[in-house]
Design a protein around this ligand. Structure first.
Ligand SMILES: Nc1nc2c(c(=O)[nH]1)N[C@H]1C(S)=C(S)[C@@H](COP(=O)(O)O)O[C@H]1N2
Ligand SMILES: [Mo]
Length: 295
């Protein structure tokens, strides 16, 4: 199986600039890996970077593939099944979720395990609202998030180039934390297909690969699930995946990141990565746990 490494070092800077409509000679392409270190960047990342520089392997392994190939992805009449160890197994439409759980904006940092980051104004609702609505059975300990996998609409699902469907999971207490979020929009609009329309997970203290896109099912279970990334490469990608500057990826450090600014991906600054991506209010979830072992 040949896939693109989850590595910042594989970024094609010429491609990145194309997102911005900039064509320049090789010598003028800024080296994002040597950008000057500054204080934490807080301005929202350019929407063009959010919608043009993506990881969504169902539509291709390249950063520009989802933006190019996902445009026809049909999300009309979308429903999410909530099943497993719940009191009321339920299927909800987007309109039903909107009525039941409302809509709020959350500006969060997104830190990819590849060491790039963005500041994203999401729209959506807290995950615990949905879990409370369906009722969690006693004994349930984990929540599993499964993305849609439609070979008719997703070229890499058809090719089976990666272990689809994409599956992620959280411990129940992580899922119930007020920061855990289901996003249906960003930058004031409904999510575009490349960003996981019409609904995707957002867990800001964890690496971006936890943020499963285009959710089809949410399943409560009493066992830690195998996920796409723990199945694919358990030594590199753990179940917890908490942002942690002290635990390097086997192939690159995690102590710093390139965060994309208001002008896009060539407007990045290099800044130190913070424990839990700066969301230190989640620390008590891991009291007494060895976060080097449980990476
Ligand atoms: N279904 C699915 N969800 C996914 C991915 C994917 O390939 N497939 N990539 C993940 C990774 S590695 C990251 S960093 C984020 C990127 O989200 P964005 O493209 O909206 O910024 O989505 C995550 N969710
Ligand atoms: Mo990622």
């Amino acid at each position: 199986m040949q896939i693109t490494d989850e590595s910042v070092f594989t970024m094609n800077r010429r491609d990145i600039l194309k997102i911005l409509g900039i064509t320049v000679g090789a010598s003028l392409i800024p080296d994002i890996l040597t950008a000057k270190e500054t204080a934490q960047q807080t301005a929202n990342t350019a929407v063009e970077a959010f919608t043009g520089y993506n990881n969504f392997y169902e539509f291709g392994m390249g950063k520009l593939d989802p933006g190019r190939r996902a445009q026809q992805f049909d999300t009309t009449n979308w429903t999410v099944d909530i099943k497993g160890m719940v009191k009321k197994p339920t299927t909800l439409s987007m309109a039903e979720m909107h009525t039941l759980f409302g809509d709020e904006e959350r500006i969060y940092r997104l830190r990819c395990v590849e060491a790039w980051a963005m500041v994203v104004p999401w729209k959506g609702f807290a995950l615990h609202k949905l879990l409370q609505h369906v009722g969690v059975q006693d004994g349930a300990k984990y929540v599993v998030f499964t993305s849609a996998a439609d070979p008719k609409q997703m070229p890499e699902v058809k090719r089976q180039s990666f272990p689809f469907p994409y599956v992620e999971g959280l411990r129940l207490d992580e899922a119930m934390h007020p920061l855990s979020f289901l996003a249906t929009g960003a930058y004031g609009k409904a999510l575009l297909p490349q960003n996981g329309a019409p609904i995707r997970l957002v867990v800001p203290w964890k690496y971006g690969f936890k943020y499963a896109k285009s959710l089809a099912t949410i399943t409560l279970t009493d066992k830690e699930p195998d996920t796409t990334w723990t199945t694919y490469s358990a030594e590199e990608y753990g179940f917890y995946a908490n942002v942690n500057p002290d635990v390097p990826h086997p192939r690159w450090p995690q102590s710093e990141e390139n965060i994309f600014g208001p002008k896009g991906v060539n407007d990045s600054v290099r800044q130190p990565t913070l424990m839990f991506n700066g969301y230190s209010e989640v620390a008590s979830l891991y009291a007494g746990m060895d976060l080097v072992k449980n990476y």
